[in-house]
Design a protein around this ligand. Structure first.
Ligand SMILES: *Cc1c(COP(=O)(O)O)cnc(C)c1O
Length: 459
């Protein structure tokens, strides 16, 4: 018989407590955290959807790998296994281990960037943009127009606008382009996938102009799932083969392995060009560690090598994508404005639409993140003008194109009853939406302000 229910394809061997709090307690906790969920303590949170990064549950195999970890400073066996796994997946010759994604980004964009350089992406993730801008270069996002309409259905909303790409390269001059970066799936743009066709077109444009094409491949396995099920010609490919084909179209890749490599810490840089790899290896040794561990323990590298294979297991990927869709589609049916179609790792709520009475300079997304915490202890993150807003010369907010709240789902962590609890919370959110007020920022740093900013509710 064919079952409708997609079960979690794992059993639980080890558990950790969920700390249950009351609404009164949460009012105090959120006040102490200056209305910024990033500043909450984990035992003040019931369901933690802040991020899917580094929050995966590891498998028994990975834990066994942890014990096998070879902690040799140079030439560790665990490094060999990690390097082999990444070479097998990416087909690239030079692999540099880093402690997480942004370390890989600092190295590669520090090397390729600098004043006068331009980077072009479907959407730069926040740490990517920060590393590029910190180098003095500029970062331009050119996802297809469809990606800016949260309710519009399109199979590959993560795609880049190839006409604009070609125009931008001509306008800036190919020599001034640091790199074109495809973020798969497009994290800040709703976890939406990129098609192979789009990747091929981008690859051809980059080749024609002699511009470097890099993959921000944090969720390349989830992206492969969408390609197999949505794009013609990939029905008979394995998920891994799809990812391999995508890598074959690019010159390099940076990964935060805290996503699709199913580990709690780790990352890497994969490159084809020897000269770039040598320059990056020097930076790696100066700031991360020796070339055969780059800031990782042997045990971390061992778990990463195993996770990078496990993530392509068809029953895992089906559970992963369908369980995320289960949450998103329930919310959609209830009338919560969610980004459609549902992405791979998260459900994104359109806070501008939900709280249409809150102007963007009063951060409707932040208001929803605070409400979800107060009502149910659910921690989420604003992906809107708090994260991406800028100021003009007069100090007026230049808002982000969308005001989203992300419910990122940790991999292999929550069960269906946790998800039902979240769905139930939205009944209340919908009922009370008119009475919710906006927020103002009372303190903020210059870069990546969403992590540490303080907020106050507007009376
Ligand atoms: C998480 C992430 C990064 C940064 O990785 P860290 O491991 O958090 O430093 C870069 N790009 C994308 C798309 C990500 O999701």
């Amino acid at each position: 018989m064919k079952h409708k229910t997609i079960i979690e394809p794992f059993k639980i061997k080890s558990v950790e407590p969920v700390y249950v709090t009351t609404e009164e307690q949460r009012i105090t906790y959120l006040k102490t955290a200056k209305n910024n969920p990033f500043l909450l303590k984990s035992d003040q949170v019931i369901i933690d959807f802040l991020t899917d990064s580094g929050t995966s549950a590891m498998s028994a195999e990975q834990w066994a790998g942890i014990m096998r970890g070879d902690e040799s400073y140079a030439g560790s066996k665990s490094w060999e296994r990690m390097e082999d796994a990444i070479k097998h997946l990416t087909g690239m010759e030079f692999i540099l281990p880093t402690h997480q994604g942004r370390a890989a980004e600092r190295i590669i964009y520090g090397h390729l960037g600098g004043p006068g350089k331009t980077f072009i992406s479907n959407t730069h993730f926040d740490t990517t943009r920060a590393n590029i801008e910190f180098s003095g270069a500029e970062a331009i996002d050119i996802a297809i127009d469809e990606s800016n309409d949260p309710s519009l259905i399109h199979p590959f909303k993560g795609n880049i606008n190839t006409d604009r790409l070609e125009k931008l390269i001509n306008e800036k001059g190919a020599d001034n382009i640091g790199a074109v970066i495809l973020t798969v799936t497009n994290n800040s743009g709703g976890g939406q996938p990129i098609s192979m066709q789009n990747t091929r077109e981008v690859s051809a444009i980059c080749k024609k102009h002699g511009v470097l094409l890099l993959l921000d491949c944090c969720r390349v396995a989830e992206n492969a799932y969408f390609i197999k099920h949505r794009e013609e010609g990939f029905e008979n490919y394995t998920y891994e083969q799809i990812a391999q084909e995508m890598f074959s179209l690019t010159d390099g890749a940076a990964m935060s392995s805290k996503k699709d490599a199913l580990v709690n810490m780790g990352g890497f840089l994969a490159l084809r060009d020897k000269e770039i790899a040598e320059a990056c290896t020097m930076l790696l040794i100066i700031t991360e560690g020796f070339a055969t561990y780059g800031g990782l323990s042997g045990r971390d590298m061992e778990a990463l090598a195993i996770g990078l294979k496990e993530v392509f297991d068809p029953s895992y990927l089906e559970y992963r994508i369908k369980s995320t869709a289960y949450l998103g589609e329930h919310l959609h049916k209830m009338g919560v404005p969610v980004m459609m179609p549902i992405g791979g790792h998260a459900v994104y709520i359109d806070a501008k639409k939900l709280y249409s009475h809150i102007p963007v300079d009063q951060y409707p997304g932040q208001a929803l993140a605070c409400e979800l915490y107060l009502k149910a202890g659910i921690r989420t993150v604003e992906i809107g003008s708090v994260m991406f807003g800028k100021y003009d010369e007069n100090g007026k907010l230049i808002p982000a194109p969308m005001e989203l709240v992300r419910l990122a789902i940790p991999r292999r962590v929550y069960t269906q009853s946790h998800i039902e609890y979240v769905i139930e919370t939205f009944d209340e959110i919908l009922k009370e939406k008119e009475s919710v007020k906006g927020y103002k920022i009372t303190k903020e740093p210059k870069f990546l302000r969403h992590f540490t900013a303080h907020f106050e509710q507007i009376k």
